[in-house]
Design a protein around this ligand. Structure first.
Ligand code: AHR
Length: 508
């Protein structure tokens, strides 16, 4: 976790830029960074799957119907875990509709997003897509309108090596070897009245417990993700939901799922940039609830946080009344990319308790990749995710951050500098966001117990303006290489206004 110090005033260097200081001690380890922190999510929603990753009629599709250009862009995100089929969609998904010959699959009314589900993309298409990407799949079971047997038989269909009716069906549908799906969700956002099959915490806890038992008895190796509360607004008793659910599931759940979307509807840059302050608070609160639930369990028993939906989402949002094909098609700008970088910092800084995080979603729908029939472009938020996923691995380090701070609508002490650090095989990676809109931040990075071995790689994500966006024929926000020079244990580096920078160097 990043400890922050410093007074809420701005220190100025001789150059005139505000200054900050970061102390790094490679022995102060927070925890192992799980590659699943760089997860993603595909839901049967708008053009995320059909028209996004999967487009059978497109000349850009491969023999399986997967868009090749999208696959290439997804590969570069090094997705550590891919969640499917929803989201809200999962709460009425009948998985048997999505297997067998495609042309014989039944179209069904889809009530989460007010459309018709063709069922042409189902279990085989998803799990084969994850295999193609070499990404771990995460299947969210229907605990809304589905039964315990539906959930249990889905695990059996995907994972069992026994000769049963379910595995015969799988083989008949072209897949001999089980996929061995490890991660299974026990429903989605079951605390929300918008969810099909919404229940009270007690009713969900009892129902999910029986599903969990059957699923784990089918395959004891699976990991289960219980639906925690994401209903933070208004009077929702979100801590109470999590406590009750864990009472029921503390012996069976391996993760507690939490979601968070943020936005800048008020067009208040400073306040928007501070969203991760709230995220950090929520992570600590949820971690405390989990600790309390496990107080009388064996010390080795762990339940981790799965932050399995998160992103900026407010423009293409209609209070649950979104319908049609081109829905949730958020266009992202630079300030959104900076918020995404601060969220990734928060996950790395809590790498001991957050072991899964899925950006929602992968393509077109609140997504880093945006397509039309012929092309794609990479939205601003693609780049921080790509830089973290490809570089920030190994051990998360606890940082001392001494930064000037500011006051905004919701928070009194927001550090201009937001940072995280990772150490992997002697290579240090620091991720630093300068939240300041107009001023550069001169930062002294000081290694306490080692020295920089040589050159420092610096990559900056920035743009001419906080509202800069990319488009099909215009890439305004993208990573750019910068130069940085360290001396012994010190690196002085100037972070430009409204920027995210990754610094990477070998230590000796
Ligand atoms: O990601 C979009 C939607 O947001 C998901 O379907 C739901 O789980 C959440 O409310």
């Amino acid at each position: 976790m990043a400890a922050t110090g410093g007074a809420p005033f701005v220190l100025r260097a001789q150059t005139g830029a505000p200054r900050a200081r970061v102390k790094i001690d490679t022995e102060r380890v927070v925890g192992d960074i799980d590659p699943k922190l760089y997860g993603n999510f595909v839901e049967h929603l708008g053009r995320c799957i059909e028209g996004g990753i999967f487009d059978e009629k497109s000349p850009l599709a491969d023999a399986n119907g997967y868009r090749r250009d999208v696959l290439d862009a997804v590969r570069k995100l090094k997705v550590g875990l891919l969640r499917w089929p929803g989201g809200n969609f999962s709460s009425n998904y009948q998985w048997r509709d999505g297997i067998g010959p495609r042309d014989q699959r039944p179209p069904r009314l889809e009530m989460a997003w007010g459309t018709v589900e063709s069922n042409r993309f189902g279990t085989h298409e998803f799990l084969n897509y994850a295999e193609t990407l070499k990404t771990e799949p995460y299947v969210c079971a229907n605990l809304g309108t589905g039964s315990w047997t539906d959930a249990q038989q889905w695990v059996e269909y995907c994972n069992s090596a026994e000769d049963t009716a379910m595995t015969r069906l799988r083989k008949q549908n072209g897949r001999a070897a089980p996929w061995k799906v490890t991660h299974w969700g026990l429903g989605n956002e079951m605390d929300g009245p918008w969810q099909m099959g919404h229940r009270s915490a007690d009713d969900y806890g009892k129902f999910a417990l029986e599903a969990a038992k059957l699923m784990k008895w089918t395959d004891p190796k699976i990991k289960l993700i219980a639906a925690g509360s994401s209903n933070f607004g208004g009077d929702a008793d979100w801590t109470g939901w999590n406590r009750t659910v864990l009472e029921y599931l503390r012996h069976h759940a391996d993760y507690l799922s939490i979601h968070m979307y943020v936005g800048n509807a008020a067009n208040d840059y400073e306040d928007f940039m501070a969203c991760s302050v709230e995220l950090n608070q929520r992570i600590k609160t949820v971690a405390g609830i989990i600790d309390a639930a496990l107080a009388s369990e064996a010390p080795s028993r762990r339940i981790y946080i799965a932050w399995d939906e998160w992103n900026v989402w407010y423009r293409a949002r209609g209070e649950g009344k979104e319908t049609g094909r081109r829905i949730l098609e958020e266009r992202y700008n630079l300030e959104d990319a900076l918020v995404v970088a601060t969220f990734l910092n928060a996950f790395v800084n809590h790498a001991d308790v957050v072991k899964i995080a899925n950006m929602a979603q992968l393509v077109n729908v609140i997504a880093p990749i945006f397509t039309d029939e012929k092309r794609l472009y990479l939205q601003t938020i693609y780049y921080p995710l790509q830089l973290f996923a490809n570089n920030s691995s190994g051990k998360a380090l606890e940082l001392f951050v001494d930064s000037p701070k500011y006051k905004c609508r919701r928070f009194d002490d927001v550090p201009y500098l937001d940072a995280s650090a990772a150490l992997d095989n002697g290579t240090l990676v620091v991720n630093a966001v300068n939240r300041h809109r107009d001023q550069a931040l001169e930062v002294d990075f000081e290694i306490q117990d080692k020295r920089f071995a040589g050159p420092v790689e610096a990559v900056e994500v920035n743009g001419p303006d906080i509202k800069s966006e990319n488009d099909f024929d215009r890439t305004t926000v993208q990573p750019a290489a910068r130069s940085a020079t360290a001396e012994g244990p010190r690196l002085r580096y100037r972070l430009p206004p409204h920027s995210y920078t990754m610094l990477k160097a070998k230590l000796i």
